[in-house]
Design a protein around this ligand. Sequence first.
Ligand SMILES: [Zn+2]
Length: 123
Amino acid sequence: MKKCKQCFVSLPLDRFVVDERATKNYTRPRCRSCERADRLKKEQDGFTSVYYLPEEHYVGMTGRVKKRMSAHKSAGKNIINYKILRVFENEIEAHLYETQLHWMGFGGFQFRPNLISLEEDGN
Ligand SMILES: [Zn+2]
């Protein structure tokens, strides 16, 4: 059992996500329900996520991760092991971060002011 840092409920360890960056048996401080609630809240509050599709070497940004991933998937992109790189409160900051990654060579939507409405990549 472990006590969640957010809701203070003691829960079995399998109610906590194992932190993949840490050595084995280390779980995150907050339970899955709290993490999920935060994620949903962030999406609803208009936070913008910058994500990475390792199989496609693709970086993109979205306010609706789940929806975006299913759109990618139905367009034939491989979304396996996708990662949220960072979450921003400010869409412009998210865009600057995404653009930096594109400059570094990651694939994805390239900002071109005159074409922005046409070029929103539907992939
Ligand atoms: Zn909790």
